[in-house]
Design a protein around this ligand. Structure first.
Ligand SMILES: [Zn+2]
Length: 424
C-alpha cells in the first residue's frame, strides 16, 4: 500500500522523511551487495531511490549517499531495521511494516489461467531436486533466437532424438503466449536428458553448467545434423581457435613466440577465462572488499600475443573465426588441496559493444543477452539466470520459480559463471 498524505494523527507528521519513500523503486530480492564497494557485508537499501549501499558509519557509502543526495532513510537488508541518516537513529514506525514484509518487488505483465503473472519466454522452472544447473541451461539455449525459432517452427514430435522431441515441447510451453501455468516442471525434459546422456545428468545430482551446456550443444547439434540435416547450432554458435603449443624444457624461460611453436586450429563452443587469484587483503574501512577485473583484460588471453603456461606446455591462442553467439565461461571454481573453492571476483564489462579481437586484429562487437550466475559456496551453491527480453530491452532474473524484472546495470555485479553474447 502507498503512504497516504500526512494527517494530524499520522506518525508521518513527526517523521516527514517517510513521505519520501518510493515503494515502486524498492526491491530487496536482488543480490545484496553494495553498489560502491561490491561488499555483501552491512548492506542497506536507500528507501528513497532503492540503491544498495554499505552503511552506516561515517564515511560509509550510505552516509556519503545521504550527504550528497539528501536521502535519509535506509533499511538494513538483513535485520530489516530502518535508520535515519546522518543522525544514525533507528526508526520504528508502523508505516514501514509493509516494506519490511514484502521487500518491494517489480511486477510482470500478463496473467495465466491460474491468475499468476508472466511474460512469455520468462517462465519459472521448478527445481525438483538439484536440477537448477539444467534449468538455467535450458533457458539459455531457448533464448538464443535462431534456436528458439527453429524449435517453435519445426515439428520435432516424430524425431528419433528423444532430446529434440522434448526440447521442442519445452520451447512451445516456455514461449506460449497464453500459458496454462506461468511455471513449468522440467520433469519430462530431465528424463530425456537422463536417457540421452546415458544417466550422466539427472534431477538428483548437481552438475557443472559448463559441462552440461557443452554436452547439450554437442548433442543437439549432432542430432539436428544427423536426423534433420540442420547445421544451425554449429553455424551460429561455433567459432574456430588457433592453439599454438610449445613444450617447455625445465630450465628454459621463453617470453616470445618462435619457430618451435606448433599450431592447430580447432572448433570451440565457448571460451574459458581465468579469474585472477583472490588476494586476502582488507580495505581501509576494515571490511573485505570483493576484487574486480575488467572483461577486456581477461579476453586478452585470446588475442595471440599472450602466453599461458599449463604444466610444461606454453600456449598462445588466437581467434580465427568468431561465432554469431559467443559463449564465455569464467573459471570460478578452483580445486586446491582436494577442495573446490570459489573465486568471487566480479567481472566488469559493458552491456553492449564488447570488442573481441580476431587473429587479424579486427574487432567484433558483442552485446550481452544471457548471464548465468552462481550464488553460494562452490559445492553447495545455486545457479540462476538473467535474460534479455529483446523486444523491450528489459532484463529478467529467473531463479527456479522466481521471475522478476531487474535493472540492467546490476548484470556486471553478479557472480557470473557463463555468459552469452550476440554479435552486433
Ligand atoms: Zn538514495
Amino acid at each position: 500500500g502507498a503512504v497516504g498524505p500526512a494527517t494530524s494523527t499520522s506518525p508521518a507528521m513527526s517523521v516527514p522523511e517517510l513521505s519520501a519513500i518510493d515503494r515502486k523503486r524498492l526491491d530487496f530480492d536482488f543480490e545484496k551487495i553494495c553498489c560502491v564497494t561490491l561488499s555483501p557485508v552491512n548492506v542497506y537499501s536507500c528507501l528513497t531511490c532503492g540503491k544498495f549501499l554499505q552503511g552506516r558509519s561515517q564515511n560509509s557509502p550510505a552516509h556519503q549517499h545521504c550527504l550528497s543526495e539528501g536521502h535519509s532513510l535506509y533499511i538494513n537488508l538483513d535485520t530489516k531495521k530502518v535508520f535515519m541518516l546522518p543522525e544514525n537513529e533507528e526508526l520504528d514506525d508502523p508505516q514501514l511494516e509493509d516494506i519490511r514484509v514484502s521487500g518491494g518487488g517489480n511486477i510482470l505483465e500478463g496473467i495465466d489461467l491460474h491468475g499468476r503473472k508472466y511474460t512469455a519466454g520468462f517462465i519459472g522452472l521448478n527445481n525438483i531436486k538439484a536440477n537448477d544447473y539444467a534449468n538455467v541451461s535450458l533457458h539459455a539455449l531457448l533464448h538464443i533466437t535462431p534456436i528458439r525459432d527453429l524449435f517453435l517452427s519445426v515439428d520435432f514430435c516424430n524425431s528419433p532424438s528423444v532430446l529434440l522431441r522434448n526440447l521442442s515441447s519445452a520451447a512451445r510451453r516456455i514461449w506460449n503466449p497464453t500459458p496454462f501455468k506461468a511455471l513449468l516442471s522440467p520433469h519430462e525434459f530431465m528424463q530425456a536428458v537422463n536417457l540421452a546422456s546415458d544417466r550422466r545428468y539427472s534431477i538428483n545430482k548437481q552438475a557443472d553448467v559448463l559441462e552440461f551446456m557443452a554436452w547439450l550443444l554437442n548433442t543437439v547439434g549432432r542430432d539436428l545434423a544427423a536426423h534433420h540435416s540442420v547445421g544451425l547450432v554449429t553455424e551460429r554458435l561455433q567459432g574456430r581457435i588457433q592453439v599454438s603449443t610449445k613444450q617447455l624444457r625445465p630450465t628454459e624461460m621463453t617470453t616470445m613466440l618462435d619457430a618451435t611453436f606448433q599450431s592447430k586450429t580447432v572448433p570451440f563452443y565457448y571460451l574459458s577465462l581465468d579469474l585472477p587469484p583472490v588476494p586476502l587483503y582488507q580495505s581501509s574501512s576494515g571490511e573485505f572488499a570483493v576484487p574486480q577485473v575488467p572483461l577486456e583484460q581477461l579476453l586478452s588471453k585470446y588475442d595471440g600475443g599472450q602466453l599461458s603456461q599449463r604444466g610444461d606446455l606454453l600456449q598462445a591462442f588466437s581467434l580465427e573465426g568468431l561465432p554469431e553467439y559467443l559463449i564465455l565461461h569464467y573459471k570460478r571454481f578452483v580445486k586446491t588441496h582436494l577442495i573446490w573453492e570459489k573465486n568471487r571476483t566480479i567481472v566488469s564489462h559493458p552491456l553492449i559493444g564488447l570488442p573481441v579481437l580476431d587473429s587479424k586484429k579486427d574487432a567484433h562487437h558483442y552485446d550481452i543477452v544471457a548471464n548465468i550466475c552462481h550464488r553460494g559456496e562452490a559445492e553447495k551453491g545455486h545457479f540462476f539466470i538473467q535474460l534479455l527480453h529483446p523486444a523491450t530491452g528489459h532484463w529478467y532474473e529467473i531463479d527456479d520459480l522466481m521471475v522478476r524484472q531487474m535493472p540492467a546495470v546490476n548484470i556486471p555485479l553478479s557472480e557470473s559463471y557463463m555468459q552469452i553474447w550476440r554479435r552486433k
